[in-house]
Ligand binder design. Structure first.
Ligand SMILES: [Zn+2]
Length: 286
């Protein structure tokens, strides 16, 4: 079982040095097989790339990332259907209105949260995205690595990580940082893609006839609801809600019948913590 070729593996979560390579390589994740493998920790089952990309590689990936053609289209879908739903839930759960959006991107979530009465701060590593946020919404995002966030910003009632945790070299370290930045009873909202499930190949992709959009290497971790939940609970959070969601209205390329059948199936499987969605969403409380 133990793959001896993977000599310097250490799990980001449980620190085990034992893993197995995931074979065959999943067809929906395009990684250069000569450089990377996908491995699973044998102790805690966290799945990641091996080796973890170097900071230089990560920088190269993000230079291409912001040039993705469908970036604005995806952002519009998030603005119209994904984010309003999250903000409504956060208003119910949050003990206050100070909100930190880590990896704020184009600033859309920050803009909507502000309109809904939150006092939001967005932090974004990409200078280019910060410029876009200024142009689109007049927002001044903090153009900085989150690990350099200044102490005077204090603590927050809500911390939001939208498709961020799967991109960072150490999710465990980022969650440790978050625990120092969140108020007692504060809400952490995480969404990550749910990849590498057979059900995704069977249900989602044939239904939409789409290829999986991940180009290569920008996702370092491949969470399941279980591996994500065990990580946040180990950092002192308890889980308020787990969802596997898609937008609330049928996408244009999917028949309504198929869409509503899929929604029903998703509700049933989510109740049992079984895979059926393309995204994992967790609302957690400190
Ligand atoms: Zn592990």
């Amino acid at each position: 079982m133990f793959n001896t070729a993977i000599s310097s593996f250490q799990c980001d979560f449980c620190r085990s040095t034992h893993c197995v390579e995931q074979k065959p390589a999943p067809k929906n994740v395009h990684i250069p097989a000569e450089t990377f493998k996908i491995v699973k920790c044998t102790r805690c089952h966290l799945v990641s790339l091996y080796p973890i990309p170097t900071p230089q590689m990560i920088q190269e990936i993000y230079t291409q990332y912001s040039e993705k053609k469908d970036r604005l289209r995806v952002e519009q879908i998030r603005r119209d259907t994904v984010y309003p739903h999250k903000i409504k839930k956060l208003k119910q759960y949050a003990p206050g209105n100070r909100l930190l959006d880590i990896g704020a991107g184009l600033g859309t979530f920050v803009d909507l949260a502000k309109q809904e009465g939150f006092d939001p701060v967005g932090i974004e590593l990409s200078t280019e995205q910060c410029h876009h946020a200024k142009t689109l919404y007049g927002l001044d995002l903090i153009n900085e690595d989150v690990f350099h966030i200044k102490d005077e910003l204090g603590q927050f009632d809500v911390i939001h990580l939208h498709h961020v945790l799967e991109h960072v070299p150490s999710p465990s370290q980022l969650l440790d940082l978050i625990t120092t930045r969140i108020h007692k009873h504060g809400i952490l909202l995480i969404e990550v893609p749910y990849q590498l499930t057979r059900i995704q190949d069977i249900i989602h992709y044939p239904a939409t006839k789409k290829k999986y959009p991940t180009p290569c290497m920008d996702h370092i971790y491949f969470f399941s609801p279980q591996t994500l939940a065990q990580m946040v609970t180990a950092k002192g959070f308890h889980i308020l809600e787990f969802n596997q969601h898609r937008p609330d209205t049928p996408p244009e390329d999917l028949s309504p019948v198929w869409y509503y059948l899929r929604q029903a199936f998703r509700k049933f499987t989510t109740a049992l913590w079984l895979p059926s969605g393309s995204f994992i969403e967790l609302y957690c409380q400190q």
